[in-house]
Design a protein around this ligand. Structure first.
Ligand code: SF4
Length: 497
């Protein structure tokens, strides 16, 4: 049966047709809708407090024979990296697939990192599908592969894949009987587990990569060839059919391990080979040699790839080095700045904070929006949940501004660190019970936990306090030694109206 589906729908169907039992994840662009659609199904699905927890829950399900999917955005891969890397040698039971949503062009993220690198680091398979059809196929294949090599499998996706439409042919898994964790692995030493991985699991991955039918070769000439992966592969085919009809194309869907023999023969058969990929040179770095052009030769920029970028690279293909890099984008150049909402309940707090002359560590919830001009309140924002630990590095008492989701995600460890080491820091929690930046998902209430850790915790209602009163409270708390916490209650107008 074949019907037209978006990339998001294809991934959901691929998971359901693989008979998964559980979906875990953390909301964020561009993956939230995948989980929301799974939440409409009958399988167990939940937003987790952070990505490490999400993967650990999936691994637990896997050990008892339940197939699982973990859905995170690219920065979430940093958080789940610890159990991911160990899981490859620890081994698993039923299949585990991680959908990693990258954000080329940095539409709604704090950076533009490339999730495919985690495959190389963790030594697990990575798929980078170009169409919804390929995304569905990858989901279906990934569960069988995950069980065969006994590691999780990563599927890297991007927003343009999610929203594109394609005919998808479905095949529903006939079995619901999946492997459980084999504890005989514990007879190996930790070194032995890695040796077993390289003797048994890795060769199976390599074999699949070499014979994989969705690594597609279009041989057209012996002059110019393009190697690509992911959504840009569809753009490459469009450019070739519109204007550069004699350019060969090797479109890769499985990019870890790379099909080395196929690539090496493709490179040998062409005078020059261009690599087109988002967002970093993951393939390019592994196959770089004379005659291979891409980001390192200046033919292709980093980040999002557009049709015009491919045309520009082909027009300059005869130059060994060129420069398609653009000057760094400014907020003005981008045309917008994501400030806080006009009716945000926290403006009273931000106005009071603006009058302080202490360093302010912001976080990756709405407080990051106070950093750029014109507000210029938060000084830093390194990662979700980072502000409290960041502020413990200040020489005098400064402020850590964190949303309640940031606190639950990983900020709590920073608070424990601050309390344990008796650091001077004023923690202000934007307590609105939701994750505002990712769509208003509910956040667990840990007020009691915070009060246990810091007995003098103050709770303030943003609707019942004015700027002058708040400023006096801030000065008073900054004047005290040790950890102070203010739980600033407010109702997010964007998600509660
Ligand atoms: S999303 Fe909600 S919490 Fe964030 S700035 Fe807007 S109103 Fe404030």
């Amino acid at each position: 049966m074949s019907n037209s589906y978006t990339g998001t729908e294809a991934l959901v169907l691929g998971a359901l047709d693989s008979k998964i039992s559980i979906a875990t994840g953390v909301p964020g662009y561009p993956i939230t809708k995948i989980m929301e659609q799974l939440m409409d199904s009958t399988i167990e699905s939940r937003w987790s407090v952070n990505e490490k927890v999400a993967l650990e829950a999936a691994l637990g399900a896997s050990t008892i024979g339940r197939r699982a999917v973990v859905i995170v955005k690219h920065v979430g891969m940093n958080i789940l990296a610890d159990p991911l890397i160990t899981s490859a040698t620890h081994t698993i039971g039923a299949g585990v697939v991680i959908i990693a949503g990258d954000d080329p062009g940095v539409k709604m993220s704090q950076n533009e990192q490339d999730s495919r690198y985690f495959g190389l680091l963790a030594e697990v398979p990575v798929f980078d599908p170009d169409t919804p059809d390929a995304a569905y196929e990858c989901m279906r294949l990934s569960y069988a592969l995950s069980e065969k090599v006994s590691t999780p499998v990563i599927i890297r996706i991007t927003d343009r894949l999610n929203t594109s439409n394609w005919d998808v042919k479905r095949t529903v898994s006939s079995s619901s009987d999946f492997p459980v964790f084999d504890r005989s692995i514990w007879s190996y030493s930790l070194k032995g587990k890695h040796q077993r991985f390289h003797l048994q699991s890795y060769p199976l991955m390599l074999e699949l990569s070499t014979t994989y039918k969705m690594n597609i070769l279009h041989k057209r000439s012996s002059t110019t060839g393009i190697i690509s992966s992911g959504y840009p592969s569809t753009l490459v085919e469009k450019v070739i059919s519109d204007r550069f009809r004699d350019v060969s194309h090797l479109s890769l869907t499985m990019i870890n391990p790379l099909p080395v023999e196929l690539i090496s023969s493709f490179i040998k058969q062409h005078s020059q080979v261009l690599i087109i990929e988002e967002t970093e040179p993951v393939i390019e770095q592994q196959v770089s040699c004379s005659g291979v052009l891409g980001k390192h030769t200046g033919h292709v920029g980093y980040g999002k790839v557009e049709t015009n970028d491919i045309i520009w690279a082909l027009e300059h293909i005869d130059q060994k080095k060129t420069n398609h890099m653009q000057s760094p984008e400014t907020l003005t150049g981008r045309g917008y700045s994501r400030g806080t909402c006009e009716d945000c309940p926290y403006h009273v707090l931000y106005s009071a904070l603006k009058k302080l002359s202490v360093p302010i560590a912001g976080d990756l919830g709405c407080s990051i929006r106070t950093a750029p001009p014109p507000m210029e309140i938060a000084d830093t924002a390194y990662s979700l949940g980072s502000s409290i630990a960041t502020a413990t590095g200040f020489d005098n008492k400064g402020v850590a501004l964190v949303g309640d989701f940031g606190l639950v995600h990983t900020g709590l460890q920073g608070l424990i660190e601050a309390v344990f080491h008796k650091k001077d820091v004023l923690v202000i929690v934007l307590l609105n019970s939701i994750s505002a930046l990712t769509g208003g998902q509910q956040v667990p209430d840990i007020t009691c936990l915070v009060q246990c850790l810091v007995p003098g915790t103050i709770i303030l209602d943003m609707e019942k306090i004015n700027e002058d009163e708040l400023f006096i409270v801030l000065l008073s708390e900054l004047d005290k030694k040790g950890v102070s916490v203010i739980l600033a209650r407010g109702q997010c107008t964007k998600h509660n109206s």
